[in-house]
Design a protein around this ligand. Structure first.
Ligand SMILES: C[S@@+](CC[C@H](N)C(=O)[O-])C[C@H]1O[C@@H](n2cnc3c(N)ncnc32)[C@H](O)[C@@H]1O
Length: 259
């Protein structure tokens, strides 16, 4: 399980003096407080801890809970805060295809398809896994039959990518990477799938929060891959506003194509 990360010690280890007020802790100098729909400033937060510490502790807590999450009763290893943000991206960009690497039992593919169907009725999800653990979901869940294509194979195998490319054609694709989590594999995926994303579209690289944290000897992972990818590819930027809800598993993982 995850969690070589100790919230209490992270908080205790901070050398910076405690902020004078909760509002000072949470707001960046010069950044106006968010307004409600009537134009009134939202009340200042009552939590006095700095944002990054709250965020890291909450993500650490969520990491222990996501293994129990389900969508339509199907195990779905997703952080609900990142799901919300991904939903906003899908709703704003309305891609023709969502290409997901890492199907597992199929819960997340069903989740993306549920959202996509509402904003692009012709949209389809293509989901890829090297293991077939989603057979029952594929055979029983209506949204799976209607909207989702499952490909069995490694996401980086040339024959897998060729099938995806053929299906996407000239359509716009959003890419969600949640398969193997080594730096090497994620960087290969990024290089391979990035050309399918149109300008304004997104690649979501999941789970960079866990780089170096897993007790299984997991070292550099998705976040390291993102850093390497951005260093070699200036067509994408990390859209860090997408981490606004805090507690994200995807630091620097919401990549927007800008050219
Ligand atoms: C974290 S799980 C995916 C969870 C799923 N997206 C969800 O939210 O429920 C990772 C999956 O990636 C698959 N996987 C690992 N290496 C892969 C590879 N090279 N290509 C495709 N899938 C791979 C595993 O079999 C596993 O089902």
């Amino acid at each position: 399980m995850l969690g070589a990360f100790a919230c209490a010690s992270a908080v205790a280890a901070q050398p910076t003096p405690a902020p004078a007020t909760p509002a000072e802790a949470q707001s960046t100098p010069g950044t106006p407080l968010p307004k409600d729909k009537h134009g009134k400033a939202a009340p200042p937060p009552t939590c006095a801890l700095p944002k990054d510490q709250v965020s890291d502790c909450f993500a650490d807590h969520l990491a222990r809970e996501v293994l129990h999450n389900t969508w339509f009763g199907i195990p779905t290893l997703q952080n609900p805060l990142d799901v919300w943000i991904t939903q906003e991206i899908i709703s704003q960009t309305k891609p023709d295809f969502i290409v997901e690497a890492g199907t597992f039992v199929g819960g997340s593919a069903a989740l993306w398809a549920t959202i996509l169907e509402q904003v692009n009725p012709k949209g389809r999800v293509i989901t890829i896994d090297i293991h077939d653990a989603s057979k029952k979901t594929r055979e029983t869940l209506p949204i799976f039959k209607r909207r989702i294509d499952f490909l069995l194979g490694s996401s980086t195998a040339p024959e897998t990518f060729a099938k995806v490319k053929r299906r996407v054609g000239k359509g716009s694709a959003m890419v969600i990477l949640d398969s193997g989590h080594t730096e090497h594999h994620v960087l290969d995926e990024l290089r391979l799938y990035a050309p399918l994303v149109h300008v304004g579209g997104y690649i979501v690289v999941q789970d960079g929060f866990f780089d170096g944290k897993q007790p299984t000897g997991f070292g550099p992972g998705p976040k390291a891959a993102v850093e390497a990818f951005l260093a070699e590819n200036d067509a994408f930027v990390a859209d860090r506003d997408r981490e606004r809800l805090m507690g994200s598993f995807n630091p620097m993982g919401f990549l927007r194509r800008v050219k």
